[in-house]
Design a protein around this ligand. Structure first.
Ligand code: ADP
Ligand code: MG
Length: 251
């Protein structure tokens, strides 16, 4: 049984009169891939901001390993919903961005950026600028920037939302490969039910007003996931169940 990496205990967040996040408790096992689905405005990004410490919860506790990290930053790799690359910096310089912002970029940082870019299909583009890359490649660079933070827990907020269906499927398979090889723990927000099932070990379904987790669904689909996964009877059954919940159905 894997250790619990992240634990939320009755975490609440309000903005003035609006409860963006109703008391939320959940645990995430080390090394797992957990997807979060929910309609727009249900508090998904708020949940991530609280976990990352960018927002302080009004109530409750966020634990990472044995530390309480309420309102503290620097303990997760976070790929924001609109994670833009710096257009006047090369791919290599974009990957080493966090080091540049927090300390000096060292030779090891550059070597690491080159190594992972090469390992994951961007080795020929290290000197290119973001404008020369496709949408999928840009998201890979943004993800690599998150990876080199060396955090165990990665928060990915709708990273493939703007990509076309074909590119999205390629990126999903790419992400699963990196996840498997890097041993990280991933929390992944999406509003795409297919994507949540294709990627995850577990799907948390959120409902709007006030945002809360209404279902925690184990995903038994075999890995590695392929095109066949999308046709598996269990995939179709789980998709139906999640769609029902998203449209306000009883669990
Ligand atoms: P999601 O990511 O699921 O689309 P958000 O977490 O961004 O939803 O937002 C949840 C709710 O909280 C929405 O009603 C949104 O308008 C509100 N909200 C989010 N951030 C702020 C903020 N900084 N100030 C005020 N209201 C906010
Ligand atoms: Mg959001």
């Amino acid at each position: 049984m894997a250790e619990t990496l992240l634990a939320l205990q009755k975490v609440t967040k309000r903005f003035d009169e609006v409860t963006a996040l109703a008391p939320t408790s959940l645990e995430v096992a080390e090394g797992s891939f957990v997807a979060i689905v929910g309609p727009s405005g249900c508090g998904k990004s708020t949940l991530f901001n609280v976990i990352a410490g960018l927002l302080e919860p009004d109530e409750g506790e966020v634990r990472l390993g044995d530390r309480v990290v309420n309102g503290a930053t620097g303990h997760v790799g976070y790929m924001l919903q609109k994670d833009l690359l710096v257009p006047w910096r090369t791919v290599e310089d974009n990957i080493t961005m966090v080091a540049r912002l927090t300390r000096r970029v060292r030779r090891e940082d550059r070597e690491e950026a080159r190594r992972i870019a090469t390992q994951y299909g961007l080795g020929d583009y290290l000197r290119h600028y973001p404008s020369a890359l496709s949408g999928g490649m840009r998201q890979r660079v943004a993800f690599m920037r998150t990876l080199v933070t060396h955090q165990d827990l990665l928060l990915l907020d709708e990273p493939f939302g703007a990509l076309d269906a074909q590119t999205r499927l390629e990126m999903q398979q790419w992400l699963l490969q990196v996840w498997r090889e890097s041993g990280r723990t991933v929390l992944f927000i999406t509003h795409d039910v297919d994507e949540s099932l294709f990627l995850s070990d577990r799907v948390l379904v959120m409902s709007p007003r006030p945002g809360r987790v209404v279902a925690d669904i184990a995903n038994p689909l075999d890995r590695p996931r392929t095109m066949e996964t999308l046709l598996d009877a269990r995939f179709v059954e789980l998709k139906g169940r999640i769609m029902h919940l998203l449209h306000g159905g009883a669990p």
